[in-house]
Design a protein around this ligand. Structure first.
Ligand code: MSP
Length: 655
């Protein structure tokens, strides 16, 4: 039978700013849905990408003294690294600077022009460069941009316009007749009442005052301006109007565009009107989620909190961060991000509830039965209630996931985890273990716990990609076996007979909240939110812009680079990325934590000469102090540490 398709997109990201944890919100949510749909057997197309044209980018590149393409290339590489670090499973990554995208946008523009949906006129208005928005005099707030409050410029220019007004009635009808089209409902009402019913104006879709954009083929002093370029990515990525449009035919219309609430209007008014004009079907749904804010305001103005996803992931691991993003705030509402809330969730939900349940279960099976639960088992009190809880759970999770209610889905899974923890207190295995005749009952208790954990491990896969394999390892379940398929979670009793548990590391080590918050506070106060441990690169470096990207020899001399010899190397508990190295630097030794565990085994490093940044302020990673950082080169495919071409004593300066 043909597999059902599911097409999901995130917005394409502006490559202008350093990405913070709020940016990863849409992408992590989309990834959870994509993973979930794949587990349910769908043929999924998951698209994300970058929105790279426009005056703002052109200006930033000029400030840095590089070409716009060079400027975006570097930042986009950082964004791709971040998605890799976050285990985002997008099937395609579109850049609006991709040649194929540009050609299709030109075709779309020409088609709309030829059929009279685009016409030439003159635009006069107030332009806000950071927001790339035009405003009329009356829309301004105290003479400034009503969205961001910054200065606006009076602009008058020849422009092409899209006949948005022509589609107003059809749009209203579509939205009224398709309640699922805009979700959540509050955003649907807002679009109808605040924008559509008062009336739409035609939309400026080309500019002549900058050239970092896609040229209009028949009038090349114009470049296509944001809307037609950016929004059409959802179909150009599938080969729309190209020689091979098979993906378009297979996946369009999109099942859902996930977008932040501030861009719902573009996606539910401009985008569907464009598609109507092109004679193409409309996406089935646009889901506008809320924002992750910091107490007191926007995320970009980070005060007292570390919001760099790379630092947070290197410190706490990927799954806790993904869990927090999806659990903390109901999808659709705004929520507050704080380091304290993050650590509390890690300690209570992850370390205490899930981590302990696994740890206790595996330790007891090991202690009472040498690792394998006997076949002879005896039912008893509380079994029925535990089984019922887990029997109902998969359907509940599915129903919630189909409505993108991640937070509630996770809350339901965690209720079941608590139920299983309570089952231990109720059945008191340590008492049962005292008498030989209770062994069949003890075996049943152990089986029920292992089985509860098996079901949990399956259901958390969409949210937490790293934890389930660790659980299977400890529970002795073979990955990719029938015992971990999504469907098998619906049936109680799938924990394999004869499986042998293996005691392992704690899934989520507890964090000393007071100490940790002090450390985070120090990182944020220093404003040194940059990856200091060889982890994935962050994005744009704002400071470099001030000097055109160049540094002086005095700047360089501030670095104390030294030759260091690796004396010892070992993995850091609870992290699959970090190694702890003991280095000899002349007559001293240093401890350095480095994010290279995926690429180097500890043994292979012993005796190697590496280059140490010796005057880097010490930092703690996973609670382990790092006194400096070693240099390494990395790209999309790998990482190598910088070594020296020949023998030289440790402690020598590198200049
Ligand atoms: N380039 C446009 C989208 C064009 S789509 C055809 C854009 N880019 S963006 O980089 O500014 O934002 C990308 C996504 O990140 C948006 O969905 C936005 O809402 C989301 N977020 C950025 N900061 C956010 C938070 N603090 N919290 C939650 N999501 C946020 O808009």
């Amino acid at each position: 039978m043909e597999r059902k398709t599911f097409y999901i997109t995130t917005p394409i990201y502006y490559p202008s700013d350093r990405l913070h944890i709020g940016h990863s919100y849409t992408t992590v949510a989309a990834d959870a849905i994509a993973r979930y749909k794949r587990l349910r057997g769908y043929d999924v197309m998951f698209l994300t990408g970058t929105d790279e044209h426009g005056q703002k980018i052109q200006r930033k590149a000029e400030e840095k003294g590089v070409s716009p393409k060079q400027y975006v290339d570097e930042i986009v590489a950082g964004i791709k690294e971040l998605w890799k670090l976050m285990k985002i499973t997008n099937d395609r990554f579109i850049r609006t600077t991709d040649r194929e995208h540009e050609i299709t946008v030109q075709k779309i523009f020409k088609k709309l022009y030829d059929q009279g949906d685009i016409y030439k006129s003159e635009y006069e208005g107030w332009y806000c460069t950071p927001c790339e928005s035009f405003w009329t005099q009356t829309q301004l707030k105290d003479g400034k941009c009503p969205d961001c409050g910054r200065e606006v410029e009076l602009t008058k220019e020849e422009s092409y316009f899209f006949r948005l007004s022509k589609y107003q009635d059809r749009l209203i009808k579509h939205i009224e007749e398709n309640p699922e089209f805009i979700q959540p409902v509050s955003r649907r009402n807002e679009m109808l009442n605040n924008f559509l019913r008062p009336g739409l104006e035609d939309l400026c879709v080309s500019r002549t005052t900058f050239d970092w954009g896609i040229p209009v083929t028949f009038d090349d002093k114009h470049v296509v301006y944001v809307w037609i370029d950016a929004l059409s990515n959802y179909i150009t990525a599938l080969g729309y109007l190209s020689d091979d449009d098979s993906a378009y035919r297979r996946y369009w219309p999109a099942d859902v565009h996930l977008v932040g609430k501030e861009i719902v209007r573009f996606h539910t008014i401009i985008w569907p009107a464009m598609l109507m004009a092109l004679g193409e079907p409309l996406p089935k749904q646009v889901f506008g989620h809320g924002w992750l804010l910091l107490e007191g305001g926007k995320m970009s103005k980070s005060k007292g909190n570390v919001v760099d996803p790379v630092i947070l992931i290197n410190k706490y691991g990927l799954d806790p961060i993904r869990y927090f993003l999806l659990r903390e705030v109901p999808f659709g509402s705004d929520g507050v991000f704080s380091n304290e809330a993050l650590i509390q969730r890690i300690n209570s939900d992850l370390a205490n509830d899930l981590g302990n349940l696994l740890n206790r279960t595996v330790a007891m099976i090991d202690k009472y039965f040498g690792g394998t639960i006997p076949e002879h088992r005896q039912e008893g009190d509380f079994d029925g209630d535990l089984r019922d809880t887990f029997a109902k759970l998969p359907a509940t999770v599915e129903e919630l996931m189909d409505r993108f209610q991640f937070s509630t889905a996770l809350a339901e899974i965690w209720k079941a985890i608590s139920r299983a923890n309570k089952y231990i207190d109720e059945t008191m295995p340590w008492v049962l273990a005292k008498s030989e005749e209770n062994r069949p009952r003890l075996a049943a208790v152990m089986y029920n716990l292992a089985e509860s954990l098996r079901i949990v491990s399956i259901l958390i896969q969409p949210f937490m990609p790293e934890t389930p394999p660790k659980m299977w390892e400890q529970l002795g379940i073979v990955p990719d076996s029938g015992a971990v398929s999504w469907d098998s979670a619906r049936k109680w009793g799938g924990y394999p007979a004869g499986a042998a548990v293996r005691k392992g590391e704690a899934l989520f080590p507890r964090i000393d909240i007071k100490k940790e918050l002090e450390e985070l506070e120090a990182i944020s106060a220093k404003g040194k939110e940059s990856p200091a441990d060889g982890g994935a690169a962050g994005t744009g470096d704002q400071k470099a812009g001030e000097t055109g990207g160049l540094i002086t020899i005095e700047d360089f001399a501030k670095l104390d680079l030294r030759v260091a010899k690796v004396l010892e190397a070992e993995k850091i508990e609870g992290s699959d990325k970090l190694l702890k190295l003991r280095l000899e630097v002349g007559s001293e030794t240093r401890q350095v934590v480095s994010g290279i565990a995926k690429y180097y085994s500890p043994e292979s490093l012993i005796g190697k000469s590496v280059i140490l940044v010796a005057n880097l302020k010490p930092a703690k990673l996973r609670g382990v102090e790092s006194q400096g950082m070693i240099l390494a080169a990395s790209n999309d495919t790998g990482l190598v540490i910088a070594t020296l071409d020949g023998e030289i004593s440790s402690g020598s300066r590198v200049t």
